[in-house]
Design a protein around this ligand. Structure first.
Ligand code: H2B
Length: 191
């Protein structure tokens, strides 16, 4: 009798061990630093196995950049991000382009405004955001109605999350009334 019980117990132990091993083989948690931006997401990956009942998927989405705050550019250890890291953030700043200007990565966007003075109004709206964030874009008003903005972190000579935060906040401005209905074309560079 006892022998039978011992045999059953050891059988149960073996099956529990193999079950837990297969569970953790199919599951795991990973820390993922999103493209060096310091946004760390914890993912409890669950297997595709549909009969997993305890699997919980927590997908941490990078916080919406427009709700974030820029850090002072003289923050210690602030470094320019790689082009790969920048490319991974571009989806969050629609309308902006990633440009490499003589080895300095920058964000660039252009708009066509209705009039020269509406271009200045546009700049004022952008300036208000920049001052609030303590992070500033380069503003160009060319050919009287073409607004072009470049953003990068001068202190590090490249892109940091600050630049994406500023671009996202500029995207959130209510400036439609200042813009021309015509699509803005890249103005001929003044040689
Ligand atoms: C201390 C403060 O963060 C610096 O003076 C800021 C001001 N605005 C800035 N704006 C940008 N784009 N880059 C900078 O390095 C920068 N430095």
């Amino acid at each position: 009798m006892i022998r039978t019980l011992q045999a059953r117990l050891s059988f149960l132990q073996i099956s529990l061990t193999s079950l837990s091993q297969s569970f953790f083989r199919n599951h795991g948690s990973s820390n993922m630093d999103v493209a060096g931006t310091g946004i760390v997401c914890n993912h409890l990956a669950v297997s595709a196995n549909t009969n997993t009942h305890n699997g919980i998927r927590t997908m941490c989405s990078a916080a919406d950049l427009s709700t974030k705050k820029c850090v002072p550019c003289n923050t210690k250890d602030l470094r320019p991000m790689t082009e790969e890291a920048a490319n991974q953030l571009m989806a969050q700043v629609s309308g902006w382009d990633l440009v490499n200007d003589g080895d300095t990565l920058k964000l660039h966007r252009s708009w066509k405004v209705k009039t020269f003075t509406k271009g200045l109004e546009f700049f004022q709206e952008v300036a208000n955001v920049a001052e609030a964030e303590g992070h500033h874009p380069d503003l160009h008003l060319v050919g009287w109605n073409n607004v072009k903005i470049d953003i990068w972190t001068h202190a590090v000579g490249g892109l940091t999350e600050n630049d994406f935060i500023l671009a996202a906040k500029i995207n959130g401005l209510d400036v439609q009334h200042l813009l021309s209905k015509k699509i803005s074309r890249p103005a001929q560079s003044s040689a």
